[in-house]
Design a protein around this ligand. Structure first.
Ligand SMILES: Nc1ncnc2c1ncn2[C@@H]1O[C@H](COP(=O)(O)OP(=O)(O)OP(=O)(O)O)[C@@H](O)[C@H]1O
Length: 260
């Protein structure tokens, strides 16, 4: 008899046997030269010489559901950021597929705001980039600035972002992204950069975002942040999914692996 389907959860992201490969040019002698570039252009078909492939994600499959907060862990270079960028549609799949419900938003520490513009202008720019109207941004503006804590030590919001410390800039980026309810919000290491009180505020906001029915992915090397925010963890190692399960179980194995 056919098995009855009782799963009523709503999938938001499906990765099906996903492979991501980077191609790096100019890895042979004469790398950056104009003649090397020209010969690359002139070469047709086959694998080009001097092009190195980096197979960063190798056959990863999982289903994420609405209301879940999923931690992504793994040692340096294991493919966490690459996987997030692929889910956001910023990298093409070499093989396999990613399906998403709605537009995923990727919030990286390097998310592109304009360094020469003031914090104020960047709040507007970031809001518009996320699809908010000017009206919505105006309504939320003070909330974003207060949440970021940028103005706690003076009127910094009217200074260009290049005058901010890396922690201050990361806080502002997080605050802008967190001002909107997202279908799928992906956060790459943002929590590691703020100070402890800001980390606590952002963890609370992540929990709220989850409640408003979205899915949150969090990449972090801070096991405590993962423990406090996520109920499920994906552990990547050398581009492969080594474990997928409840936070406590996966972190226990991961801590054994890393010797902590
Ligand atoms: N733009 C790129 N071009 C070529 N290779 C890349 C590129 N970005 C990342 N890689 C390679 O892909 C692999 C996975 O990198 P990725 O940044 O996804 O790892 P990560 O798990 O996020 O690492 P970390 O914890 O250090 O941030 C690494 O081997 C890295 O060298």
């Amino acid at each position: 008899m056919a098995e009855q389907i009782t799963d009523t959860r709503i999938p938001t992201v499906i990765a099906d046997e996903l492979h991501i490969v980077y191609r790096v040019n100019g890895t042979k002698t004469g790398k950056g030269s104009a003649t090397a570039a020209l010969s690359r252009i002139l070469k047709r078909g086959g694998e080009e010489r001097g092009v190195r492939k980096v197979h960063a994600v190798r056959g990863v499959s999982f289903i994420a559901y609405r209301g879940e907060a999923i931690g992504l862990i793994g040692s340096n270079g294991s493919g966490k950021s690459t996987l997030l960028r692929a889910i956001a549609g910023l990298l093409p799949a070499e093989e396999g597929k990613v399906y998403t419900d709605g537009q995923p938003s990727l919030l990286g520490v390097n998310a592109a705001l304009m360094n020469d513009l003031t914090g104020e202008r960047n709040v507007i720019l970031g809001g518009l980039a996320m699809g908010m109207s000017r009206e919505q941004i105006r309504e939320r503006y003070q909330e974003i600035v207060d949440f970021s804590g940028i103005n706690e030590k003076g009127d910094f919001i009217t200074l260009p972002m290049r005058t901010y410390s890396s922690g201050m800039a990361a806080r502002l980026r997080f605050s802008i992204a967190a001002a909107k309810d997202h279908d799928v919000l992906m956060i790459d290491e943002a929590l590691a950069t703020g100070d402890r009180s800001f980390q606590k505020r952002s963890e609370a906001r992540i929990r709220e975002l989850r409640k408003s029915a979205g899915t949150v992915f969090l990449v972090s090397h801070n096991n405590k942040s993962i423990r406090d925010t996520c109920d499920r963890v994906l552990w990547l190692e050398r581009g492969e999914l080594r474990m997928d399960g409840p936070t406590d179980e996966v972190l226990k194995e991961y801590e054994k692996f890393t010797g902590r």
